[in-house]
Ligand binder design. Sequence first.
Ligand code: ITT
Length: 189
Amino acid sequence: MDRLRFVTHNSHKFEEARKILSRYGLYVDWVKLEYPEIQADSLEEVASYSAEWLKGKVEPPFFIEDAGLFIEALNGFPGPYSSFVFRTIGNPGILRLMEGVEHRRAVFKSVVAVVTAVDLPPVILTGETPGRIATSIRGGGWGFDPIFEPDEPGGLTYGELGEAKNQVSHRYRALRRLGEWAQSGAKPY
Ligand code: ITT
């Protein structure tokens, strides 16, 4: 496999995935399509359902990716509801919820569901980047980038990291598994 489709309506996600997977010799075609996302407690469930729904509509091999920001002090909120929360209260709203909160640990998760054939279940690959919620909006980027500080390299938000985000991000950690799998021809782990 040296070419596959990424179904997403988010151009930032596509651009990051394109760059990450090119390191593994994988070429990614963008299918800009909206698909239904169920409400569930885990990103894995949401991604599996969406991948099944897309079978027969998009030609395999293709993948989708569902991401979420899980904030410890908020018991994992917004998690699978990250998209809705970003659209409604946004970064200023998250920072307001975290006002005066000392414990700022959070993890950004990525779940990739790969469909290689319509008669096979999607392969689920996950990636996690631990970090913390910044106390102010810092740097550019998109989405939660300016408020999430990954532990590595430390002290900088995704937004301040710029291109270096793709060396440590949750998306990189999930997609490198896809890249290594495609390169080796072995079963994904
Ligand atoms: P899809 O079409 O691929 O579903 P989406 O924008 O709905 O694109 P997700 O549901 O995966 O993406 O992401 C949930 C929210 O988390 C979304 O609103 C983004 O703003 C945010 N997000 C996801 N990945 C991010 C990243 O790498 N940096 C900053 N914010 C991110």
